[in-house]
Each structure stands twice: as structure tokens, then as C-alpha cells.
Design a protein around this ligand. Sequence first.
Ligand code: NAI
Length: 348
Amino acid sequence: MLTRLASDTHEEVYRVEDRDSGLTGFIALHSTRLGPAAGGLRMRPYPDEAAALEDVLNLARGMSYKNAAAGLPLGGGKAVIMGDAARDKTPELLRAMGRAIDALGGRYWTAEDMGMSPADMAEIARETRYVAGRESGAHASGDPSPVTARGVLGAMRAGAARLWGGDDLAGRSVAVQGLGHVGWHLCRLLAEGGAELLVADMDAERVAAAVQAFGAREIPPAAIHAAQADVFAPCAIGGVLNHRTIPEIRAAMVCGAANNQLATPGDADRLHRRGILYLPDYVANGGGIINVAAEILCIADRGPWVEERLAAMRAMMERLLARAAQEGASPAPVADRMVEEVLFGDAR
Ligand code: NAI
């Protein structure tokens, strides 16, 4: 069921097929230099196998960077299943993927991603123990979003210290795009810290709840990036920093949880040229993977361990912002370089 594919860029790449259940997918291990490759399992209706393969390769590489930036002893990997999660997902198909993951002997650990639920992870776990982000069982880490939100807040404080000479966010205004799992927790933490909130979501009920709970001001979704605020916090979808939105941003800093916020790498320079401090997303949102890592690494006393890692992640953000300022460069390529020093070291 596993066919190994040749790769110049990734350590191991597999095509996964199980005719009985209708499974076609891919598993990619980008790097195991720092530890077992970890990254979620995604299910999407890809147009063809080439598109699914391209996605899994990019995502696996991204996980290497994210895990290294968070200072974790984990490498980067990812798995994808081709298909419509609402229509094509069956217990048989999930279990077939579970057997494929198990055959890799722990070199790849999976978790929930787009198109997957905790119940699906439980199904996969019937075939393999290399599943994290579970809701029950020994070391289960559950919903990562509260920890992700705390990591984003720490990053935002590091950015505030650099911009305004102190990390207190009281009296600062933050425009939060997306009031989902992470966005909501972030709003709560910010409100507790005395920040003023401007919020947008496609779901009007969530917006109304945030207005009620945090005294937030509602902004239309199409205008949240351009809100008059100190910080813009993308916590919804990717690609929100692009040639159209960047000229309209009025915040001095962009710091949020969303993955792949930059539409293109050049958009980091676009922000830099406008004097907007962009905090690299994969460094700012590493709290989620820290939470999951405690499960993979079977950390017995997870509370203090997670705290220590969150503090280290903020310190990493502080170091990279200092280096970017020194070089007069955008923090995005500086983060990549710092992570590559850890990931590839003298192997390059
Ligand atoms: P979620 O699905 O719970 O929330 C997303 C929210 O954004 C929803 O309320 C949705 O209605 C809203 N939304 C969608 N499009 C929007 C738009 N154009 N304008 C305004 N609101 C919009 O997702 P979650 O878990 O909160 O994650 C948010 C982002 O953070 C995603 O990009 C995710 O990949 C990333 N992330 C999440 C982590 C976690 O621990 N949940 C960890 C690391 C990254």
C-alpha cells in the first residue's frame, strides 16, 4: 500500500493506496534531523495527484520550520488524503491511512488538520499509536487553540516591546480577523490585558458574542485589515497579506495565528517597505504544536513544560526581531535563515 517516491528535497515521500477503502494519499517526511517528523493529516478534494503531492511536500517542509522555530525535538512531516471529507470519508479509509502511518514505525506522527476531527483521529488510533492531538488517553493534549493564542500573545508582546519600548498592551488597539478557536481565546487574553478590540468574522453570531463579552467594536470582514488599530491579528485564513491589502493596512504590527499569511514571499518586503512590523506566522503560532509535542514526547508534567516552551518561543521571536532590526530587513527571511541554521546546520 506504500510506494516510496524519489525526492531530492524530502527524506521520505510515499504514495498511499488502498483499493478496498478507496484511499489515495501521500505521506511526506521532510526532515527527521531534530526528531520524528510531526504534522497533521489533511483531507481535501485535490484536482489530481500532482496537486496533492505538491501540497504534502510544501506542508511537510513548513512543519520542519515550525517545529524547529518552536525549539522542539521534532522534525517536519505531513499526510494528505485525496477526497471530499464530507462525502468520501469512511472509517475503513481512515483505518487504511492509520495502517500506512503505522508502517513508518514512528518516524512520522500525525494529528488533526483540515477535514479531520477528533473522532477521525480516534479511528486512526485503532491502527497506530503514532497519533497526537487526541482528546482522551494517556498524555492526550486536546484542543491546542488556547495554547496557540497564548503563544500569539507572547509574540505580540515581543513586537510591542520592539516598537513601543514596552510589552504592555493595555490601551493598545488590536484588530482581530476571525473569532474561531484561536481568535476567541486571543480576544479574551487581550481584553484581560486591557487592550481595545476591533473584530470581524463571517459568522455574525460570533461577532455579536465578542461585542458582548469583550466590549469589542465590530468591523466588516472586508475592512478589518484596514482598521485603524495598533496591531492587525490575522486569525482566520491564509493569503491575507497581499498586494491589495498591504497598502491599506494602518496597523504598525501584524501578528496573528493564521498559517501562510503572506500571499507571496515578496509580500514580506512590501510590509517592510511600508514600515509595518510583520511577525512571521509560523513562529508566532507555534503554541499549538508545542501543545501537541507534549503528547508525542509523553511529557508527564505538561503544564510547566508547555510554559517553558512558550517562553522559549517568545525569546526566539525577540532574537529574530533584534536581528532583523540590526540588518534593516523584514523578520520573515531572517526567521527562515535562523531556522535553517538549526535545521540544516553544517549539513549544507
Ligand atoms: P477556526 O476555523 O476555529 O476559526 C476561523 C474563524 O475565521 C471562523 O470563525 C471563521 O468564520 C472566520 N473566518 C473565515 N474567513 C474569514 C474572513 N475572511 N474574515 C473574517 N473571518 C473569517 O480556526 P482556528 O483553529 O481558530 O485557526 C485560525 C487560523 O490559525 C487558521 O489559519 C489555522 O490554520 C491557524 N492555526 C491554528 C492553530 C490552532 O491551535 N487551532 C495552530 C496554528 C495555526
